[in-house]
Design a protein. Structure first.
Length: 276
């Protein structure tokens, strides 16, 4: 299935197997943009104009602006009502689920939309524009751009939260690496004891730095591990479910619908894998 398409007239496009880069002119005025859902993750780089976004850190001071929309973002972001559409420009980079699964395995990315401005947005916009209109753009070039954008967003998210202490990073890594870990009352106490901290302190520190509970993070990690397996392998849905700590295939399906708004089979088709 194709990636989601940006709302606008596309001036230039570049494609790789699991991502699409488009330089666009907006075609809808602010009052015409409906609330809509971005099923796949998306980066928006505002080249020209005042962009109204609900993302944390966004301003309407004018370009440049980098906005990251994680999977499932529901918004009505648009160019400001006072903006002449023909003068506005933006670049959209839309990622497929297979690529997203690989990126989210190694980085802690914001669960809510996040915006960056200044020198970072200016530099990333320059790189994106160079690739959008290039006749020599390769999949490696696009992968490199995605890697840099993702690293910038992850780094900014970490700075906003404050650098977590080493023991909390060890806790996060344990929850992410062990797909079978369940964080009930006894599980949290056991994990806190291994790290030498009180369970209540662990829970509070985890939410402050990562904006979710240890249990929510563990469930999200299992879901993303399953997503990576679905996109990269031909293993059955039953095997994926059991290997990633779900009770059964039905449990996996419910989690996928809640997390991504689709079934595991539909996810696998979007990622280009087998639908078995």
């Amino acid at each position: 299935m194709p990636l989601s398409r940006p709302i606008g007239h596309r001036l230039h496009e570049q494609h790789a197997s699991d991502l699409a880069l488009s330089r666009c002119v907006p075609t809808l005025a602010a009052h015409e943009v409906p609330e809509h859902c971005h099923v796949e993750p998306q980066f928006v780089l505002v080249e020209r104009g005042r962009y109204a976004s609900a993302a944390q850190g966004a301003t309407e001071d004018g370009a440049p602006l980098l906005v990251f929309n994680p999977p499932g973002t529901v918004h009505a972001d648009c160019f400001a009502a006072s903006q002449t559409l023909g003068e506005a420009r933006f670049v959209s980079l839309d990622l497929g689920f297979g690529l997203w699964g690989r990126l989210s395995q190694s980085l802690v990315l914001p669960p809510e939309p996040l915006a960056l401005g200044g020198a970072v947005a200016q530099r990333m916009l320059g790189q994106a524009l160079a690739l959008a209109g290039s006749t020599d753009c390769t999949p490696l070039d696009l992968d490199g751009l995605v890697a840099e954008l993702t690293a910038e967003v992850a780094g900014d998210f970490e700075r906003r939260q404050g650098r977590p202490p080493r023991w909390l990073l060890q806790c996060r890594d344990a929850l992410r690496d062990d797909a079978l870990y369940t964080v009930g009352r006894s599980g949290l106490c056991q994990l806190a004891g291994e790290l030498g901290v009180h369970p209540v302190y662990l829970a509070r520190a985890f939410r402050r730095h990562f904006r979710c509970s240890p249990g929510e993070f563990a469930r999200s990690s299992r879901l993303h591990r399953a997503a990576a397996l679905l996109s990269r392998s031909r293993r059955s849905l039953v095997d994926v479910a059991l290997d990633c700590g779900f009770f059964d295939q039905a449990h996996l399906a419910r989690s996928f619908r809640a997390g991504f708004g689709m079934t595991p089979g539909d996810y696998r088709l979007r990622a280009g894998g087998s639908s078995r």
